[in-house]
Design a binder for this molecule. Structure first.
Ligand code: URA
Length: 205
């Protein structure tokens, strides 16, 4: 199977990882993406947040979670009492996967083979940062962290040992909240998301 493994430098450090990841061709997603969007944050962060993959904005700007989902995430972190500077934010897959729909670039879910191919980068990031908790935002992140497909509703809100993290926590992806059309239902989902993040904050205290 295709993999990023051959691109990961032997000596770990966030700057070296970022440089190497910029040239990763370990799967085909680099072909249609503008650039690799690597994780960002302090290497001393106690918390690593893992998303799915960069979106349209992230692909163009080169930074994770700078679009609509990122704005919701930022607000939820603030509401949960977690300073964004205290977290390292990354994605399970480092290239934007999309399909053209007219002039728009529509997000496409990465396949399991693509998630697994990109996993060496996430493993390396977690090895450098060594966070207390790794938070999986949605099922793609959970697949990457647990190394197998897990159902969100089976594991949401609990602190679990996972393949690549001693303490992993699963919650929704912020985009799933944005997709809820009904106003009241969306607010309930948001409140539940903030409650999950607050439980993580308490775990770190
Ligand atoms: N959604 C993600 O999962 N990651 C990003 O970086 C942006 C949107």
């Amino acid at each position: 199977p295709r993999s990023a493994a051959a691109f990961v430098p032997a000596r770990l450090g966030l700057a070296a990882l970022r440089r190497a990841a910029a040239g990763c061709t370990g799967c085909d997603l680099y072909r249609n993406a503008t650039q690799t969007v690597f994780g960002e944050g302090a290497r001393s962060a106690q918390l690593v947040l893992v998303g799915e993959q960069p979106g349209d904005r992230e692909d163009r700007e080169g930074h994770p979670f700078v679009g609509p989902a990122g704005r919701l995430l930022e607000r939820a972190l603030a509401d949960a009492g977690i300073p964004r500077e205290s977290v390292y934010i990354t994605n399970a897959v480092k290239h934007f996967k999309w399909a053209a729909r007219g002039k728009r670039r529509l997000h496409q879910r990465p396949r399991e083979g693509e998630i697994d191919a990109c996993n060496p980068w996430l493993v390396a990031e977690i090895a450098v940062v060594r966070p207390r908790v790794v938070v999986c935002l949605g099922s793609t992140a959970a697949r990457a962290v647990f190394g197998r497909t897990v159902r969100i509703k089976d594991c949401r809100g609990r602190f679990l040992k996972a393949g690549i993290a001693d303490c992993a926590f699963v919650t929704l992806h912020p985009s799933a909240i944005l997709r809820v059309i009904d106003h009241d239902a969306r607010h309930l989902e948001y409140a539940r998301f903030v409650r999950d993040l607050a439980a993580v904050r308490e775990r770190m205290a």
